[in-house]
Design a protein around this ligand. Sequence first.
Ligand code: 0A1
Ligand code: ZN
Length: 881
Amino acid sequence: MRTEEPRAVLLKDYAPPAYLIDTVSLEVELDPAATRVHSKLKMRTNPASGGGPLVLDGEKLTLHEVRLNGETLSPNAYQVDGRHLTIPDLPAGEFTLETVTTCGPEANTALTGLYLSSGIYCTQCEAQGFRRITYYLDRPDAMAVFTTRIVADEKVAPVLLSNGNLVKEGKLASGKHFAEWHDPFPKPAYLFALVAGRLGHVEDKFVTKSGRKVTLRIFVEPGNEDRCAYALEALKRSMRWDEEAFGREYDLDIFMIVAVSSFNMGAMENKGLNVFNDKYILARPDTATDTDYASIEAIIAHEYFHNWTGNRVTCRDWFQLCLKEGLTVFRDQEFTSDMRSRAVKRIADVRLLRSHQFPEDQGPLAHPVRPDSYIEINNFYTATVYEKGAELCRMIHTLVGPKRFRKGMDLYFERHDGEAATVEDFLQALSDGAKIDLTQFKRWYSQSGTPEVLVSGRYDSARETYTLKMTQVCAATPGQPVKEPYHIPIAVGLVGPDGKDMALQLDGEEKPHAKTRVLNLTERTQTFRFRNVAEKPVPSLLRGFTAPVTLSSNLKERDYVFLMANDSDPFNRWEAAQRYASGLLIANVEAIRTGGKRRRGTAFAEMIRKVLADKKLDPDFAAQMILLPSEQAIAQMIGKDVDVDAIHEARETLRIAIAADVRDDLKRIYERMKVDGPYSPDAEDAGRRALRNACLGYLAFLPDGSGVEMAAAHFDGADNMTDQIAALGVLANIDVQERTRALETFYEQWKGDHLVMDKWLSIQATSSLPRALDDVKSLLHHPAFTIRNPNKVRALITSFATANQVRFHAADGAGYALVAEKVLELDALNPQVAARLLGAFKSWRQFDRKRRSLMSRQLERIAGAEGISRDVYEIASKTLA
Ligand code: 0A1
Ligand code: ZN
């Protein structure tokens, strides 16, 4: 049990640093056990705050020497504890401070600071990793110009990289060599990076719109060079897109990316030297799926776009994290929408928002997009900061339109380039540049919780009016009992009986305007009345999902059936199908529990038939239309006393019934969507594969067993990973011989490839068969698994805990016990990854009484364990609160 409660950091306590650092010179002599770092800081008193003791951050460092203006300080002139180096007396004005420290990359299992990933030295400094490399003002508003000299054994580390441009390199005595890098752009320490090791690379060039020639390099472990082509192409497309869409050019002579296999997150935007989880770089048709290709494209773009939203304009403090993350996610979403299908991208983003952000916002870990308190900042790289943060940017974009939004963004860059900014700065620039009052809108940044919008529509045939009455409510969240009304943009359309959109004329308007209108809901209750509505329409509400809210309305099942056939807004067409299917599944769950009669879902089957027959429909979109909502989505909609077994049974039976109803149509499309010729990851072919595999996902479960053969043949005939894994994923859920054979064949084929092995692990962990828990337990001891690699943990344990609802929530609590045990084991090695895994318990209150009690017992066990990290303590204690 912890003796003292870790102290929370509060937004309201922000104060500028007492000292400024103008330049940093680092000399880093690499050694696995003791890397020596000599740092020379040119500092001065901050005129804005006026001196006092200098408190530098530093953790897990051995301090050897401190020099002030060239003179070694006696140890009584400073204090060191496990977290700081404090120097009470300093001369007024400018001074030079040097420290010599050592750190141990080999023993660094937390993967923050300097560590070794498969023998490659690399760093991860966001959010507070730089303090594990040297003593420093490790805060984002301390911006300095960095020069980094790296010294290493030439055999161990022939490649030496850091931020900026290479200024010098050469050989030294006894097999050592060095490289010196200079980054002319002042930056906070979290954007520092250093990589050294035996690395191969691929190279290309990019000429910016103003004519700057940029060398592009992607570094990988030797042997992986043939898997970089897609990432490199995606990088060039991202660079061009940012010039065209936002007028932003790249600013150094070289842009480098390094792919490493041990990484806590997806990737990191270090200035000029991005470091990536290799999962998001390496791709070849036989090893990567279409989804992998799409993620690579999106993450390459995301990190590249950070160069302006995050690096050139950075954050004043970590509370402002959404300033760079929400905005950059919005930018990468727009990029993907321009590269691929906008409708399918929107559906994917809303799915992610609902599956990850909504449960967070509606549970014990709810926090505002701009939090005002944290114990461990690494716990705040959340779906709320990223995904809801992006939705807030999107809402502003919806309110002002693309042209004015661009003006606002231009002004933001103009005003704040080279600065560490705040959410207020961003909103002010957008407000001034896009000419919009965002005073009320700002509440979205400080109020947590998902607002609920209740809509009631009424048609008056005598007056030919259609009235929408809207009410917004937002439930209490931790620390926030009462909410003020939000400014919510709600796009709506009215669909006439002929299935066509009506022209919309609001009360007080002379003539009809567009067929989709954005209504501004700003009060608790508001009424919008449309005139000249000749026939009773069906309203299409929240088109394009223009706000991150839950919506309930007086629409009936038949209205959803109508909309899923007719809505011109593709998002809402998909949404109507999901609502129809969810309603049906929830009714069937109830029927299972009470012994009532189950419904068969003929309208969904009918919709599938129509969608499959529509040759004009984009196959990727069609694939989205025919998929049933996930078990997790149903659990979330039910919200309390969730019965995971009934949900599983309801969904499985409905899927089989639908498959039986439309088997011929599914078979026809399965044949028709076969892609001939060599594999291409482009959106068109990927869409065909998605639809074909969605058909297989139904057919494989036909009660006559014919689908198993089909899935096995699909597996054997696959010439790319997308098809191979689709078939394996289907077979993994069926208890047949073909399952064993396919898993074995796959293992034999891919056991030498760590990324493909992650797929093999997670397919078994997410199997809905009752054996999944035992399989996970034995795979923990398999050579393909190690708890020290975050991708392995995510593939096996996190996917079991978050994507296998029916087995993680096994009634005897064995799933909970296993995951809790692993959280504790992992915490001793890597607190960040442990805390993330613990997030699997966040919705514990929505399950039945027995499960609630089993889950809370595990949470208490973790919260009370000896010596747990701040990271895990914060999640465990807040989840229980
Ligand atoms: N800024 C990165 C994500 C990132 C955050 C934290 C990390 O370590 C704690 C690593 C990466 C991004 O948004 O891509
Ligand atoms: Zn980011």
